[in-house]
Ligand binder design. Structure first.
Ligand code: NZQ
Ligand code: ZN
Length: 385
């Protein structure tokens, strides 16, 4: 096991009717900037609950943070926040609203000239941020309990992640009932994103991290178990509650303690979104199986463990079990209605060269073994065709 430091300061308030606790969670003197997305919270009653809880508070609103939040939109909120002298940010929505709000919180406080530096430096230049809280409405990204944000810049077709100890939310309210209005695509995306977060921390080199591996397997197994109930679209509270908690646990830092992370599937996936506009999870479902096929030797031991402990594959060599893990995972993605090929979106290998060139230009090499260079990216995209 590798050395690690673990500290997660986010207070989670979980369960039915918990939005009503908002007033107690925010400093009485705060002037709040309430951020949200394209309007789902106005249709599903979440906005009404938030405003009811904040009845007597000073609140300024900023709506319109889009899926894959853009620098361009977030900067409008930064200007509004500075003008209104807000000192607390309340993000209400999915991962995009939360991520955009983390950037806004850091950018309002940023003393440097160009706030894009926050993203370009992967968060290194962030020295402070406005305090924020969240009300999560879409289980997927884990943004509610981590310090990361992913921001896209339209003018340069970039999509980059940043993180800083200053951008952890102070609290996150997770009421599984807020997920009842999600459509099947959003549910499937959330399940796949959660699965791949666990995979990027688990299917790497085996470093004898017995407890972390069992935690990871528990999240995988729970997802596989509850997926049919979640995908049924019914208002099944327990299924939604288990789903929501899986998504949070998958990327709150616990599973990565002492393990070597991969994150190359996410790295390649972000570029596919930047160039072709696919939803985040759609890109991951293409890249993960292809990545595993390409890396089957290096990841063989962990993939075999996944096959045994999650999918119940008991027979065969390590190599056969690893291949079975890939097959079962593809089947699982298909079972929730998620395509696993570039073709499904009309993307050809020639189109995908843009992604390869992006890595070549940046000179970045990915993967837990630092072996995913641009040539490897091309081979992986070919496997994902
Ligand atoms: O904008 P509104 O109107 O709110 O609608 C959203 C949006 O259209 C809708 N939605 C959210 N909650 C809803 C709802 N519709 C009905 N009922 C509800 N309860 O869903 C659509 C998608 O929302 P979005 O926030 O974009 O989805 P998600 O939570 O999957 O976030 C994706 C973003 O997070 C980044 C991704 O790259 C992508 O930009 N990620 C963030 C991470 C992090 N912070 O740690 C890690 C992830 O790997 C990921 O990269
Ligand atoms: Zn993700």
């Amino acid at each position: 096991m590798q050395n690690f430091t673990f500290c997660n300061p986010v207070k989670i308030v979980f369960g039915k009717g918990t939005i009503a606790n908002l007033n107690e969670l925010i400093d009485p003197k705060a002037k709040i900037l309430l951020t949200y997305g394209g309007g789902s919270i106005k249709k599903n009653g979440v906005y009404r609950q938030v405003r009811a809880a904040l009845k007597k508070r000073k609140v300024v609103e900023f709506g319109g943070i889009e899926p894959n939040p853009t620098y361009e939109t977030c900067m409008k909120a930064v200007r509004l926040g500075r003008k209104e002298k807000i000192n607390f940010l309340l993000a209400v929505g999915g991962g995009s609203v939360l991520d955009g709000s983390k950037f806004i919180a850091a950018a309002i406080s940023y003393k440097g000239k160009d706030p894009w530096e926050i993203v370009k430096s992967y968060g290194q230049v962030v020295k402070s941020a406005i305090s924020m809280g969240t009300v999560l409405t879409l289980p997927a990204t884990g943004s509610e309990m981590n310090a990361f944000g992913v921001i896209s810049r339209l003018s340069t077709t970039e999509k980059l992640a940043f993180g800083s100890p200053h951008t952890y939310p102070k609290f996150s309210i997770l009421d599984p009932q807020t997920t009842y209005s999600l459509d099947k695509k959003q549910l499937r995306n959330g399940i796949v994103d959660t699965f791949v977060h666990v995979a990027e921390q688990y299917a790497t080199v085996d470093l004898n991290t017995a407890l972390q591996d069992k935690y990871a397997e528990a999240v995988f197994k729970t997802l596989v178990e509850i997926a049919p109930a979640v995908m049924s679209g019914k208002k099944d509270y327990d299924a939604r509650a288990n789903f929501m908690w899986c998504a949070t646990q998958a990327l709150c830092g616990l599973l990565s303690c002492g393990v070597k992370g991969d994150w190359s599937t996410h790295g390649i996936g972000h570029e596919i979104t930047a160039f072709f506009g696919l939803a985040h999870a759609e890109t991951l479902a293409i890249v993960l199986p292809a990545m595993w096929k390409y890396e089957i030797k290096n990841k063989g031991a962990k993939l075999a463990k996944l096959a045994e402990n999650v999918y119940g594959v008991k027979k065969g060599s390590t190599k056969q079990k690893a291949a079975a893990a890939i097959e079962h995972t593809v089947k699982f993605f298909h079972s929730v209605g998620m395509p696993t090929s570039l073709k499904a979106y009309g993307i050809t290998l020639k189109d995908a060269e843009k992604v390869v060139n992006r890595f070549a230009d940046r000179g970045s090499i990915l993967g837990e073994n630092k072996d995913i260079d641009p040539k490897a990216v091309r081979k992986i995209l070919r496997l994902g065709l």
